[in-house]
Every structure is written in structure tokens, then in C-alpha cells.
Design a protein around this ligand. Structure first.
Ligand SMILES: Cc1cc2nc3c(=O)[nH]c(=O)nc-3n(C[C@H](O)[C@H](O)[C@H](O)COP(=O)(O)OP(=O)(O)OC[C@H]3O[C@@H](n4cnc5c(N)ncnc54)[C@H](O)[C@@H]3O)c2cc1C
Length: 329
């Protein structure tokens, strides 16, 4: 075995909410867990960015809670000061369920979960192969990780590409379940304003038609110390224009947002989320993809399984951890 190979019990690909929640649960066991993520930070689609003095949540905007286990988890985050309730109704509308935000930004929740975990950032898994009873994962830094079990939490089309890189065969029914999963994309514009917007409290606007799906006022939300907004293109608009020149498409979204801002945009950046939210999900909380195959233990998790939102990602990560716990007993 070459010396640039690290050994671990469980390798998790992805330090988004699914991977971090799984690792956090598994860290209570006597097994070694290693996480790799290609990103510079943790959190995946719970993403933030700074432009000068402005800060932005440019991925997930808030969390909602349905499952009592996730309600308890969010209570812990509230107590730890990394989350708070943002709002539970729009002006003039009846109260609905609470929307919780990260403090100061959504990524605070991921950073909190990541404390004490063994995470290798800016490390992309390029391919996965079998090495006797274990997995051998090749990384883009020239190193490899040999693991007894593998948990993959990337968006499912990326997971399928990774598995195809080694010509690994799942059962036909699992392969079909994965191929059914589908995501919408989202063009996110992060724009600095010359003065506070005139968006009403709580600083959010949701649209059900037109090019824009959502506008957040990051100053009102408490994310930014200077006026700034995040504009999310709708699924249809983002899909149609995903391949277009980004600055041009951002300008179209800024123009469409202008009537709601009451301020001028002085600078902006744009990010394209190819896999933003799953629109077709799998009914199981996670997939034991090695089931009925000769493969070493392989589990897939993420928001494509337990529900297309932050809560689903966490619950899916926990379900994967429960399966891995039972397989290491
Ligand atoms: C624009 C936008 C708005 C959203 N709004 C909301 C909202 O308001 N409320 C809500 O609840 N949800 C929202 N969501 C959805 C929410 O963000 C996701 O459901 C959740 O964050 C998914 O977590 P995950 O761990 O399943 O996946 P991810 O967060 O995507 O994590 C996967 C991780 O895997 C890493 N990775 C992928 N491939 C590799 C590889 N080969 N090697 C190493 N690392 C790899 C990625 O870098 C990433 O960090 C939104 C998402 C987007 C994009």
C-alpha cells in the first residue's frame, strides 16, 4: 500500500449538513471518521460570502422544523447562540411556522456542527474503487483514503458520476431510484446597495412567478453590516439561463428586483447552484447502496432522501449514521 494512503473506519464525502450531522452522531462511537469536502469551508449549500464589508447568505436562507428530533436539534442551536428565529409571518399575512436563521450567517450552524470533527477541506474525491473489503478513494491532492465504509452526501447526480468513475454497479432498482432524483438550479446574485432597501420587515420577499423566486435583505436579516440583498432566480429562469454569461444574467435579475429595492446596486457577484433543491426526492431517509451487492458498505445521504431542505439533510445524515452504527457493532 503506498505511503500516501490514509486509513480510516468511515469516510464521509461532503461536509454539508448531511455529512456533518452523520459525523457528529458517529463521533460518539469508538470509530475513526474522516470527512473530505471540495469546498473552502464547511456547510455546502448553507453558504455565505463576503464582498468588502457586505455579507450574504447566498444558499439556504432559513430552516423550518417539522420532525420532533429536528425541533430538539434547533433548540440546541438556539441555546448555543448559532441560530435564532427570523420570522414567522409576512406583513399582513397570518402567522405560520417559524423560520430560523443562522447567527451571524447560515454557515454558523455548519461551523458549530463541525467543531471537533476530522475534516479535510479543499479536498475533492475524484474516484472510488474497491480494495479487498474496503474502499479506496482517490483525492485531488494526490493522496488516497482507505476506508471500511463510505458515506457519500454530494448531490445525487454528482454521486452517480463519482460511482461511474469506477464502473461500480449498484442493484438495478437502486440505480433507477437514484436516476429519478432531480434538482432545480438557482442563479444567486449578491448585490451591495447604496442605501437600505425599502423591503418591509422581516426583510424577505417571496415570488411565485417571474424571474425571481426570493429576495433577502441581508442588513435587516442581521447578516450584513451594510445594505445588501441576495436575489435568487426562479427554478425556470435559472434553468433556462444557467449556461448564459453570468454578469448579463445577474443584471437581468437586478433589473427585475429594482422596483422592490428603492436603492441602487453599487457592486455584485453571482453564483450558480446547478443542484439547488431536489424537486424529485427518494422516499427513504438514506440509501444503503451496497445492499444486495458485493460492495463494501456504501451509504448515500442528503436532502434528496429525507426532504428537500436543511431539515431533510440533517435527518438523512442521522439515518445514515444509524445504519453505519449498526454495521460497526
Ligand atoms: C439557493 C438555495 C436556497 C435554498 N433555500 C433553502 C431554505 O431557505 N431552506 C431550506 O431548508 N433549504 C434551502 N435550500 C436547500 C438546503 O440548502 C439543502 O437542502 C441542504 O443544505 C443540503 O445539504 P446536504 O448536506 O444534503 O448537501 P450539500 O450542502 O450540497 O453538501 C454536499 C457537500 O458535498 C461536497 N462535495 C460534493 N462532491 C464532492 C466530492 N467529489 N469530493 C468532496 N466533496 C464533495 C460539496 O462541496 C458540499 O459541501 C436551499 C438551497 C439553495 C442552493
Amino acid at each position: 500500500m503506498p505511503t500516501n494512503t490514509q486509513h480510516t473506519d468511515i469516510l464521509i464525502i461532503g461536509a454539508g449538513l448531511a455529512g456533518l450531522s452523520a459525523a457528529s452522531k458517529l463521533s460518539k462511537l469508538d470509530v475513526e471518521v474522516t470527512i473530505v469536502d471540495k469546498g473552502r469551508g464547511v456547510g455546502g449549500r448553507l453558504a455565505g460570502r463576503r464582498i468588502g464589508d457586505a455579507s450574504f447568505d447566498h444558499g439556504a436562507q432559513f430552516m423550518t422544523t417539522r420532525d420532533p428530533r429536528f425541533v430538539a436539534q434547533v433548540q440546541q442551536w438556539l441555546s448555543a447562540g448559532v441560530a435564532e428565529e427570523w420570522y414567522s409571518s409576512f406583513p399582513g399575512q397570518p402567522n405560520s411556522h417559524a423560520r430560523y436563521r443562522g447567527v451571524p450567517t447560515m454557515t454558523a450552524i455548519a461551523k458549530h456542527l463541525a467543531e471537533g470533527l476530522n475534516i479535510q477541506k479543499e479536498t475533492k474525491a475524484l474516484s472510488v474503487a474497491i480494495d479487498r473489503d474496503n474502499w479506496l478513494v482517490e483525492l485531488d491532492n494526490g493522496r488516497r483514503i482507505n476506508a471500511k465504509a463510505l458515506l457519500i452526501t454530494s448531490p445525487v447526480p454528482q454521486t452517480l458520476d463519482l460511482l461511474a468513475s469506477s464502473d461500480l454497479k449498484l442493484t438495478a432498482s437502486n440505480q433507477a431510484r437514484l436516476e429519478r432524483i432531480n434538482y432545480e438550479s438557482c442563479i444567486a446574485v449578491m448585490a451591495i446597495l447604496d442605501q437600505p432597501s425599502f423591503i418591509d420587515p422581516p426583510g424577505a420577499l417571496a415570488f411565485d412567478k417571474g424571474p425571481i423566486a426570493w429576495i433577502s435583505d441581508n442588513l435587516q436579516k442581521g447578516v450584513s453590516v451594510i445594505p445588501s440583498v441576495t436575489i435568487h432566480g426562479s427554478g425556470d429562469f435559472s434553468h433556462k439561463h444557467f449556461g448564459d454569461k453570468r454578469d448579463k444574467i445577474a443584471q437581468q435579475l437586478i433589473n427585475a428586483a429594482k422596483p422592490y429595492l428603492g436603492a441602487n446596486v453599487v457592486d455584485f457577484e453571482v453564483h450558480g447552484w446547478r443542484y439547488s433543491k431536489p424537486v424529485v426526492v427518494d422516499p427513504s431517509p438514506c440509501m444503503v447502496a451496497s445492499e444486495a451487492t458485493e460492495l463494501p458498505t456504501l451509504v448515500l445521504a442528503g436532502d434528496a432522501f429525507a426532504g428537500p431542505r436543511v431539515e431533510g439533510a440533517v435527518i438523512s445524515g442521522w439515518a445514515a449514521a444509524d445504519f453505519l452504527t449498526s454495521s460497526f457493532r
